[in-house]
Design a protein around this ligand. Sequence first.
Ligand code: GLY
Length: 259
Amino acid sequence: MWTAITREVSPALAGCELSFVPRNPIDVALARRQHAAYCRALELLGCDVIELPALPDYPDSVFVEDVALVFDHVAIAARPGAESRRGEGDAVHEVLGSLRPLLRIEAPGTLDGGDVLCIGKRVYVGISARSNEAGRAQLRELLAPYGYMVEGVATRECLHLKSAVTEVGVGTLLVNHAWLVDAAPFADYRMIEVDPDEDHAANAVRIGDAILYPDSFPKTLARLHAQGINVTTVDVSELQKAEGAVTCCSLLLRTAVTA
Ligand code: GLY
């Protein structure tokens, strides 16, 4: 029922873009093993994983989420805000183009997939260091025929909107309010706040009823468990050093969409 597109870790990962975290040495061999375990976890949670080969010239290319957006009936080639990342998407777009009609964000718009949180027919777009108003406006035009409502949400002190908020259950969000300029767009949802000691802890992958989550945020994990949310954990420490998170490492699409 689910397909996940992933890409192996680039040997150049240590040269990744960093915006809000300091540069620390990255063990690329360990990052590869962690990424392989992440892909196996996706399989165990019911995904068919399409794993694309590493791109030596693109340090951040493991973070496939940023180069495209996938909805049930359409896919969109994003235009990443970091120039170093603009060539990463070609093979991903080719795969998506075989599964969905493929539309595109064009210059001067910039849009990273990490800035796009889709909940039902509501699409929240981070206005961030990477995604601009032109990108958001184009997305609204592209998705209007499919019945989606697109709304901008300003972020601060974090890379992407999904650094600050993700969905962890029907109508339930995991949130770091400190990184949202205004949380009013999310007022209708039940919110679980990250533990104050774990500011990067709001990023979780939701696959149907399952949640895939880093093992590095035990206090927030306890909050999820206390709310009855079942979580599978993975170690992604080396990818976190590259300012990546669990959603960044896959593009998820529902297969066999009929309506
Ligand atoms: N290193 C992740 C990014 O900056 O896009």
